[in-house]
Ligand binder design. Sequence first.
Ligand code: SAM
Length: 213
Amino acid sequence: MRLRNIPGAREAVAASPFCVQDTHAYRGRWRELFPGKERLYLEIGCGKGRFLIETAALRPTDAFLGMERFSTVLYKALRKLPEPAPDNLRFLLLDAEILTEIFDRGEVDGIYLNFSDPWPKERHRERRLTSARFLRRYREILSEDAVIEFKTDNRSLFDFSLEEAEREGCRILQKTFDLHADEAMREGNVMTEYEERFVSAGHPVCKYVIQVS
Ligand code: SAM
Protein backbone atom coordinates (compact mmCIF):
# COMPACT_ATOMS: atom_id res chain seq x y z
CA MET A 1 0.00 0.00 0.00
CA ARG A 2 1.41 3.41 -1.01
CA LEU A 3 1.51 5.64 2.04
CA ARG A 4 1.15 9.37 2.00
CA ASN A 5 1.80 11.38 5.10
CA ILE A 6 -1.46 12.83 6.39
CA PRO A 7 -0.86 15.72 8.77
CA GLY A 8 -2.70 15.14 12.04
CA ALA A 9 -3.46 11.45 11.35
CA ARG A 10 -1.36 10.13 14.23
CA GLU A 11 -2.93 12.59 16.69
CA ALA A 12 -6.46 11.84 15.45
CA VAL A 13 -5.93 8.10 15.85
CA ALA A 14 -4.44 8.61 19.33
CA ALA A 15 -7.48 10.67 20.37
CA SER A 16 -10.16 8.46 18.82
CA PRO A 17 -12.51 6.67 21.23
CA PHE A 18 -12.91 4.00 18.54
CA CYS A 19 -9.22 3.12 18.55
CA VAL A 20 -8.17 1.25 21.70
CA GLN A 21 -5.15 3.03 23.15
CA ASP A 22 -4.00 0.97 26.13
CA THR A 23 -3.99 -2.30 24.21
CA HIS A 24 -1.76 -4.32 26.56
CA ALA A 25 -4.12 -3.62 29.47
CA TYR A 26 -6.92 -5.54 27.73
CA ARG A 27 -5.04 -8.84 27.45
CA GLY A 28 -7.45 -11.48 28.77
CA ARG A 29 -10.26 -8.89 29.10
CA TRP A 30 -11.14 -7.90 25.53
CA ARG A 31 -14.70 -9.04 25.96
CA GLU A 32 -15.25 -6.35 28.62
CA LEU A 33 -15.13 -3.83 25.80
CA PHE A 34 -18.14 -5.45 24.18
CA PRO A 35 -20.71 -6.33 26.84
CA GLY A 36 -23.42 -8.70 25.61
CA LYS A 37 -21.62 -9.63 22.38
CA GLU A 38 -21.19 -13.30 21.60
CA ARG A 39 -17.92 -13.87 19.77
CA LEU A 40 -14.80 -11.81 19.14
CA TYR A 41 -13.19 -11.61 15.69
CA LEU A 42 -9.96 -9.98 14.58
CA GLU A 43 -8.96 -8.65 11.17
CA ILE A 44 -5.20 -8.25 10.81
CA GLY A 45 -4.18 -5.58 8.30
CA CYS A 46 -7.65 -4.04 8.09
CA GLY A 47 -6.47 -1.18 5.87
CA LYS A 48 -9.17 1.45 5.32
CA GLY A 49 -11.75 -0.64 7.15
CA ARG A 50 -14.44 -1.33 4.58
CA PHE A 51 -14.62 -5.09 5.21
CA LEU A 52 -14.87 -4.79 8.98
CA ILE A 53 -17.31 -1.86 9.04
CA GLU A 54 -19.68 -3.78 6.74
CA THR A 55 -19.18 -7.08 8.58
CA ALA A 56 -19.85 -5.47 11.99
CA ALA A 57 -23.08 -3.97 10.66
CA LEU A 58 -24.21 -7.35 9.27
CA ARG A 59 -23.43 -9.22 12.51
CA PRO A 60 -24.50 -6.98 15.42
CA THR A 61 -24.34 -9.76 18.03
CA ASP A 62 -20.60 -10.38 17.46
CA ALA A 63 -17.65 -8.06 18.20
CA PHE A 64 -14.84 -7.09 15.84
CA LEU A 65 -11.34 -5.67 16.21
CA GLY A 66 -9.41 -4.25 13.26
CA MET A 67 -5.62 -4.24 13.56
CA GLU A 68 -3.55 -1.97 11.33
CA ARG A 69 0.05 -0.92 11.68
CA PHE A 70 -0.04 2.47 9.94
CA SER A 71 -1.84 5.45 11.48
CA THR A 72 -2.31 7.12 8.07
CA VAL A 73 -4.30 4.08 6.93
CA LEU A 74 -6.21 3.59 10.17
CA TYR A 75 -7.15 7.26 10.14
CA LYS A 76 -9.07 6.61 6.91
CA ALA A 77 -10.89 3.66 8.49
CA LEU A 78 -11.90 5.80 11.47
CA ARG A 79 -13.23 8.50 9.14
CA LYS A 80 -15.42 5.89 7.43
CA LEU A 81 -17.24 4.92 10.63
CA PRO A 82 -20.95 5.62 10.31
CA GLU A 83 -22.87 7.80 12.79
CA PRO A 84 -23.71 6.58 15.34
CA ALA A 85 -20.57 4.41 15.43
CA PRO A 86 -21.20 0.67 15.89
CA ASP A 87 -20.95 -0.67 19.44
CA ASN A 88 -19.31 -3.88 18.20
CA LEU A 89 -16.25 -2.53 16.41
CA ARG A 90 -12.94 -1.05 17.59
CA PHE A 91 -9.56 -0.54 15.95
CA LEU A 92 -6.00 -1.16 17.13
CA LEU A 93 -2.93 0.67 15.85
CA LEU A 94 -0.56 -2.28 16.17
CA ASP A 95 1.79 -4.57 14.34
CA ALA A 96 0.72 -8.22 14.38
CA GLU A 97 4.26 -9.11 15.45
CA ILE A 98 3.15 -8.51 19.05
CA LEU A 99 -0.15 -10.39 18.79
CA THR A 100 0.47 -12.73 21.73
CA GLU A 101 1.30 -9.79 24.00
CA ILE A 102 -2.13 -8.35 23.25
CA PHE A 103 -4.38 -11.43 23.33
CA ASP A 104 -4.50 -14.23 25.86
CA ARG A 105 -4.93 -17.92 25.06
CA GLY A 106 -8.20 -18.74 23.32
CA GLU A 107 -9.43 -15.17 23.46
CA VAL A 108 -10.21 -14.72 19.75
CA ASP A 109 -12.91 -16.64 17.89
CA GLY A 110 -11.72 -16.04 14.34
CA ILE A 111 -9.13 -14.18 12.27
CA TYR A 112 -9.56 -12.48 8.90
CA LEU A 113 -6.57 -11.88 6.65
CA ASN A 114 -7.58 -9.90 3.59
CA PHE A 115 -5.09 -9.20 0.80
CA SER A 116 -2.17 -9.40 3.18
CA ASP A 117 1.15 -7.96 2.02
CA PRO A 118 2.90 -10.65 -0.09
CA TRP A 119 6.51 -9.97 0.98
CA PRO A 120 7.74 -11.53 -2.30
CA LYS A 121 11.42 -11.83 -1.37
CA GLU A 122 12.33 -15.26 -0.03
CA ARG A 123 14.29 -13.76 2.84
CA HIS A 124 11.06 -12.05 4.03
CA ARG A 125 8.85 -15.16 3.96
CA GLU A 126 8.56 -15.20 7.76
CA ARG A 127 6.91 -11.77 7.65
CA ARG A 128 4.00 -13.10 5.60
CA LEU A 129 0.91 -13.20 7.80
CA THR A 130 0.14 -16.74 6.59
CA SER A 131 3.60 -18.14 7.35
CA ALA A 132 3.97 -21.04 9.78
CA ARG A 133 5.50 -18.58 12.25
CA PHE A 134 2.26 -16.57 12.32
CA LEU A 135 0.02 -19.66 12.24
CA ARG A 136 1.65 -20.79 15.49
CA ARG A 137 0.86 -17.41 17.05
CA TYR A 138 -2.74 -17.59 15.86
CA ARG A 139 -3.01 -21.05 17.40
CA GLU A 140 -2.12 -19.52 20.78
CA ILE A 141 -4.83 -16.87 20.75
CA LEU A 142 -7.65 -18.69 18.95
CA SER A 143 -10.47 -20.52 20.71
CA GLU A 144 -11.35 -24.12 19.92
CA ASP A 145 -12.92 -24.56 16.47
CA ALA A 146 -12.03 -20.98 15.49
CA VAL A 147 -11.24 -20.45 11.82
CA ILE A 148 -8.87 -18.26 9.83
CA GLU A 149 -10.24 -16.82 6.59
CA PHE A 150 -7.67 -15.60 4.07
CA LYS A 151 -8.27 -13.89 0.72
CA THR A 152 -5.66 -12.81 -1.80
CA ASP A 153 -5.26 -12.06 -5.51
CA ASN A 154 -1.64 -13.25 -5.31
CA ARG A 155 -1.43 -16.86 -6.50
CA SER A 156 2.13 -17.47 -5.32
CA LEU A 157 1.30 -16.12 -1.86
CA PHE A 158 -1.77 -18.37 -1.83
CA ASP A 159 0.23 -21.46 -2.83
CA PHE A 160 2.80 -20.64 -0.14
CA SER A 161 -0.01 -20.15 2.40
CA LEU A 162 -1.59 -23.53 1.61
CA GLU A 163 1.80 -25.23 1.98
CA GLU A 164 2.46 -23.51 5.29
CA ALA A 165 -1.00 -24.45 6.58
CA GLU A 166 -0.41 -28.08 5.63
CA ARG A 167 3.07 -28.04 7.16
CA GLU A 168 1.58 -26.76 10.43
CA GLY A 169 -1.04 -29.52 10.44
CA CYS A 170 -3.98 -27.14 9.93
CA ARG A 171 -7.30 -28.44 8.62
CA ILE A 172 -8.17 -26.87 5.29
CA LEU A 173 -11.94 -26.61 5.47
CA GLN A 174 -12.52 -24.76 2.21
CA LYS A 175 -10.40 -23.38 -0.60
CA THR A 176 -10.93 -21.82 -4.00
CA PHE A 177 -8.71 -20.28 -6.64
CA ASP A 178 -11.58 -18.13 -7.95
CA LEU A 179 -13.83 -16.96 -5.15
CA HIS A 180 -16.19 -14.93 -7.29
CA ALA A 181 -16.84 -17.89 -9.59
CA ASP A 182 -17.44 -20.25 -6.66
CA GLU A 183 -21.12 -20.17 -5.83
CA ALA A 184 -20.81 -21.79 -2.40
CA MET A 185 -17.81 -19.85 -1.15
CA ARG A 186 -18.85 -16.43 -2.44
CA GLU A 187 -22.17 -16.54 -0.58
CA GLY A 188 -22.18 -13.78 2.04
CA ASN A 189 -18.77 -12.52 0.85
CA VAL A 190 -17.99 -9.00 2.06
CA MET A 191 -15.68 -7.14 -0.31
CA THR A 192 -12.59 -5.29 0.83
CA GLU A 193 -11.11 -2.18 -0.79
CA TYR A 194 -8.39 -4.23 -2.50
CA GLU A 195 -10.82 -6.94 -3.56
CA GLU A 196 -13.08 -4.41 -5.29
CA ARG A 197 -10.09 -3.20 -7.29
CA PHE A 198 -8.90 -6.68 -8.32
CA VAL A 199 -12.35 -7.96 -9.15
CA SER A 200 -13.08 -4.88 -11.29
CA ALA A 201 -9.83 -5.53 -13.16
CA GLY A 202 -10.90 -9.17 -13.77
CA HIS A 203 -8.33 -10.80 -11.45
CA PRO A 204 -9.38 -14.00 -9.68
CA VAL A 205 -9.37 -13.98 -5.89
CA CYS A 206 -8.15 -17.03 -3.94
CA LYS A 207 -9.57 -17.87 -0.53
CA TYR A 208 -9.07 -20.48 2.15
CA VAL A 209 -10.81 -21.20 5.42
CA ILE A 210 -8.64 -23.19 7.84
CA GLN A 211 -8.53 -24.35 11.42
CA VAL A 212 -5.22 -24.27 13.25
CA SER A 213 -6.20 -26.34 16.27
N1 SAM B 1 -7.28 -5.64 4.12
C1 SAM B 1 -7.33 -4.46 3.31
C2 SAM B 1 -8.00 -4.74 1.99
O1 SAM B 1 -8.15 -5.91 1.65
O2 SAM B 1 -8.42 -3.79 1.32
C3 SAM B 1 -5.93 -3.87 3.11
C4 SAM B 1 -4.97 -4.70 2.32
S1 SAM B 1 -3.33 -3.98 2.26
C5 SAM B 1 -2.57 -4.78 0.94
C6 SAM B 1 -2.55 -4.75 3.67
C7 SAM B 1 -2.72 -3.96 4.93
O3 SAM B 1 -2.21 -4.72 6.01
C8 SAM B 1 -1.97 -2.63 4.93
O4 SAM B 1 -2.82 -1.61 5.36
C9 SAM B 1 -0.81 -2.87 5.90
O5 SAM B 1 -0.39 -1.70 6.55
C10 SAM B 1 -1.43 -3.88 6.86
N2 SAM B 1 -0.44 -4.76 7.50
C11 SAM B 1 0.54 -5.45 6.89
N3 SAM B 1 1.28 -6.13 7.78
C12 SAM B 1 0.74 -5.87 9.01
C13 SAM B 1 1.08 -6.26 10.32
N4 SAM B 1 2.13 -7.07 10.55
N5 SAM B 1 0.32 -5.82 11.34
C14 SAM B 1 -0.73 -4.97 11.12
N6 SAM B 1 -1.08 -4.55 9.87
C15 SAM B 1 -0.35 -4.99 8.83
